[in-house]
Design a protein around this ligand. Structure first.
Ligand code: UD1
Length: 383
């Protein structure tokens, strides 16, 4: 059997790593027919810190093919990926194309696979935020509508797919593949010191002298809905500098998009001169995990971090108006609460969250064994 799996952007790498390992283990178990696997990187993320570092840290083999797409508008990224990926599919003639998550690579390659009449499997299917202004929601909807095999991380996702008319046969509950990676890397992350993380990754030299002990907050912010408009980003930055950083050191790992916007809106000076804010480059997988293991509070607009906070128990506030991952919310047993970008609401929930203890929870099948179930579902699809 021939499988092409696709990655494009940072959140894909931790999802594909265990899947590739599952294929390797399957092939070395002496099956009747081995799997011929090709890894395609669309090249959407290309900075070493956003891409190469993850391949290395997670032992992902070098991509067999890199489409070199890079940055651009959505139509440019999706269009160029489709043109380049079509050639790959025609050349390799795979039985399956496996896509993960909800980035532009996921959409572009699932559409291309189906146009070439190749079966498509979506790992992390069925997530829905209901927010059509999110590029990821469009990517999820289209990919799921087209995929032959929908591998879901939780039962709520299965309900979404059922409502949309997905056939029962196409949906398989496998659990959350990101947690395979988390479990496999906890011990290594534990060995890193916070001081080392700051010294290796500071954006501004003065951060090297900053000391962080037990009580610290971690922030990540990159969604266009938070960072692309001055009227939204400015009050968030004021809240972070004038309130959160007054309470405790705030470690902020700055996404390239966010750095660009802070400079554009004249906010860079404010964040770089704030005494208690430690600005870091995007971190490696293990470094981020290490911070998450000890953070007093996580403030984020990332979906993946909400999930990791749930398993680690880190009290989290999600700077979004909705989430495609309701299982990570406190009302469903998770660690997070949605606060949008209204400062009054952020402040209220931030203060409540500070009072919470770390309470790890594991939704069903978030057990570190999801990748094997994904591969089993593909292998048994035609049987
Ligand atoms: C993408 C995903 C998003 C995911 C995020 C994680 C889509 C639609 N969005 O958003 O779901 O949460 O990745 O990071 O696929 N840039 C660099 N170096 C890079 C990559 C990007 O400097 O290696 C800069 C460029 O200026 C680029 C901007 O960041 O224009 C945004 O990158 P892009 O890949 O378009 O989207 P992300 O915001 O990273």
């Amino acid at each position: 059997m021939k499988i092409i799996s696709v990655v494009g952007a940072r959140p894909n790498f931790m999802k594909i790593a265990p899947f590739i390992r599952a294929i390797e283990e399957y092939n070395s178990s002496g099956p009747d027919e081995t799997i011929e696997h090709t890894l395609v990187h669309t090249g959407q993320h290309y900075d070493d810190r956003m891409s190469k570092a993850f391949f290395k840290a997670l032992n992902i083999p070098d991509a067999d093919i890199n489409l070199g797409i890079g940055s651009g508008t959505h139509a440019e990224q999706v269009g160029q990926t489709m043109i380049a990926f079509e050639k790959v599919v025609k050349d390799i003639e795979p039985d399956w194309v496996v896509v993960v998550g909800d980035v532009n690579a996921t959409l572009a390659c699932s559409v291309t696979a189906k146009k070439e009449n190749v079966k498509c499997c979506h790992i992390e299917a069925g997530l829905r935020s209901g927010d059509m202004t999110m590029p990821e929601e469009i990517n999820r909807l289209v990919t799921d509508r087209l995929s032959d095999l929908l591998l879901i991380p939780d039962k709520l996702s299965g309900e979404n797919l059922k409502k949309e008319g997905a056939s029962e046969r196409s949906v398989v509950f496998v659990g959350n593949i990101m947690i395979d990676t988390l479990d496999a890397n906890l011990a290594k992350a534990k060995d890193i010191s916070i001081e080392e993380i700051i010294n290796k990754n500071y954006l501004i030299e003065s951060a090297a002298q900053k000391k962080v002990e037990d009580n610290f907050a971690v922030l990540t912010l990159h969604r266009p809905s938070n960072v692309d408009e001055k009227e939204i980003l400015t009050p968030i930055v004021n809240f972070l500098c004038d309130e959160v950083a007054e309470d405790m050191p705030l470690i902020w790992t700055v996404h390239p998009r966010t750095q660009k916007q802070l400079k554009l809106f004249g906010l860079w000076e404010k964040v770089t001169s704030a005494e208690n804010i430690i600005l870091l480059h995007p971190l490696s997988y293990h470094e981020m995990l290490r911070l998450n293991m000890d953070a007093k509070i996580m403030l984020t607009d990332s979906g993946g971090l909400q999930e990791e906070c749930t398993v680690l128990g880190t009290p989290c506030i999600t700077l979004r108006w909705n989430t495609e991952r309701p299982i990570t919310l406190r009302q469903h047993g998770g660690a997070s609460v949605i606060v949008g970008n209204n400062i009054k609401r952020i402040r209220e929930e931030y203060q409540k969250t500070l009072l919470l203890d770390r309470t790890p929870t594991r939704p069903k099948l978030w057990d570190g064994q999801t990748a094997h179930r994904c591969l089993d579902a593909i292998i048994s699809f035609n049987k």
